[in-house]
Design a protein around this ligand. Structure first.
Ligand code: AMP
Ligand code: MG
Length: 436
């Protein structure tokens, strides 16, 4: 098989382009209660159902007045009082003021609100204390200042969080239309693996990648579908792939871990090739995660031999209404490699499939706490701990025993990026981190 090894930048650019293409394919949607919409992606734009705010609103406790009258420091007659929730009152007579509470509608005729702290109020009159003056519009948010009725507030493709829920609630959306979650098949491969609820014999280890990736998939907007562990045999891999591609399985993305290195029992690529997979790249110059594979399987256009064997006939996408291809990632089996390559390459594709416009991996800048040495030639993503307690985020490597060190990864909260041509970064320098 011909190898296609990309630099990190080439692989990231290729993935970004693929993700953008997937994001443009129409997605299917469903309606969910607003209270359960956090983490979902809006499928229809949210528009203001009325002006926001719906009435000129006072932002202070105080007295609604005419700014020019108040600024003259003449005593103004207190004509009435309005609390939050009251219907707008007025008109405000000349030479008078109206007691008002934060959030209450400003009476017609008033053009400013003087703060309670800035006045002298006695015997039914109120006076702005000199030398203070007040401008027209002060402490009032005009009707429609935030949005006009019908105005676009959030476009489709917005990830819903607490603030978006607040906005939807303001607009009276008790339910919201969201994209369906992409269904992500997760297949761990390896003769050495046993499920978490089985005792490993000597030489065996527990399958930690599947639950880890299931958690990452859920976090990035997908619905994990964890398959039973596949042995390192052509037969086991063919059977697992047939199941994933069976009619009705409706996978939107396939993640396979293990079996993509150059070893004698690394049989994933040949198994994918047997069902007509096309490989975009079969390696990336990164550490950890060098043997990462990205490709796609054509859902319908297989050689007839495969079709007659029952593979792929009728295979349909889940969330994408029209797509001929199932994107696939082969992630190296070492847990840190699987995690890093998921974040760098699989997560952007998953987020695009989820309909989110925010598909890019998240990098941030931090100050390096201690010198880091590396061998040039690979872009490195090293497990690190970033603290946010100081004025600037500060990052330090966690000590690790290589890409199998799950304990180190569990002490980390990000990955320090060491560029391909760099052999040393000094303490105090600004560095990039990949947020976990
Ligand atoms: P591979 O990519 O198949 O060569 O796997 C590399 C190493 O990663 C293996 O030797 C295992 O120690 C480890 N590994 C592979 N798959 C898993 C898994 N699902 N869970 C935990 N460790 C794994
Ligand atoms: Mg293996």
């Amino acid at each position: 098989m011909t190898e296609k090894v990309f630099s990190y930048e080439e692989a990231a650019a290729f993935v970004a382009k693929s993700a953008a293409k997937l994001a443009r394919i129409p997605h299917t949607s469903e309606r969910v209660p607003l209270a359960r919409s956090a983490g979902r992606v809006l499928a229809r734009p949210l528009r203001a159902d009325r002006d926001q705010p719906p009435f000129a609103r006072s932002t202070r406790d105080g007295f609604a007045c005419r700014a020019d009258e108040a600024s003259s420091h003449a005593p103004l007659k207190i004509a009435g009082a309005t609390r939050a929730g009251a219907t707008p009152s007025g008109p405000l007579a000349r030479g008078s003021a109206w007691e008002i509470m934060t959030g209450a509608p400003v009476p017609r005729g008033a053009d400013a609100v003087v703060m309670l702290e800035h006045v002298d109020a006695a015997d039914g009159f109120v006076r702005l204390l000199p030398p203070r003056k007040i401008d027209t519009g002060e402490n009032i948010v005009a009707r429609g200042a935030q949005a006009r009725k019908g105005e676009l507030l959030l476009p489709a493709g917005t990830l819903i969080g607490a603030a978006q829920i607040a906005l939807a609630a303001t607009c009276g959306s008790a339910t919201v239309e969201v994209y369906r979650r992409p269904r992500v098949a997760i297949l761990a491969t390896g003769d050495e693996l046993v499920p978490v609820n089985k005792s490993p014999a000597s030489g065996q280890i527990r399958n930690s990648n599947a639950p880890m990736l299931a958690a990452m998939v859920a976090e990035h907007g997908g619905e994990p579908w964890v398959l039973p562990i596949a042995a390192d045999t052509a037969k086991a891999l063919d059977a697992a792939l047939a199941k994933i591609l069976a009619p009705g399985a409706q996978a939107d993305l396939l993640l396979i871990t293990g079996g993509v290195s150059a070893g004698k029992f690394d049989l994933v690529e040949p198994a994918l090739a047997r069902i007509g997979a096309r490989f975009h790249f079969t390696g990336v110059r990164i550490q950890p995660g060098k043997p990462t594979v990205f490709g796609e399987i054509h859902r319908g256009g297989l050689p007839s031999a495969n079709r007659s064997a029952g593979l792929l006939t009728g295979s349909r996408a889940g969330v994408l209404a029209r797509t001929k291809h199932l994107p696939i990632f082969g992630l190296p089996g070492n847990p840190v490699s699987s995690a890093v390559t998921f974040l760098l390459f699989a997560a952007p594709v998953l987020r695009a499939l989820s309909g989110s416009r925010d598909a890019e991996p998240r990098f941030a800048l931090a100050r390096l706490a201690a010198d880091v040495k590396a061998k040039p030639g690979l872009t490195r993503f090293l497990p690190a701990a970033c603290t946010f307690a100081g004025s600037v985020p500060e990052v330090a490597l966690v000590s690790w025993q290589g890409s199998g060190d799950i304990a180190a990864m569990a002490r980390a909260n990000c990955f320090l990026v060491v560029p391909e041509d760099t052999d040393r970064i000094r303490a105090g320098e600004t560095v990039r981190i990949l947020l976990a």
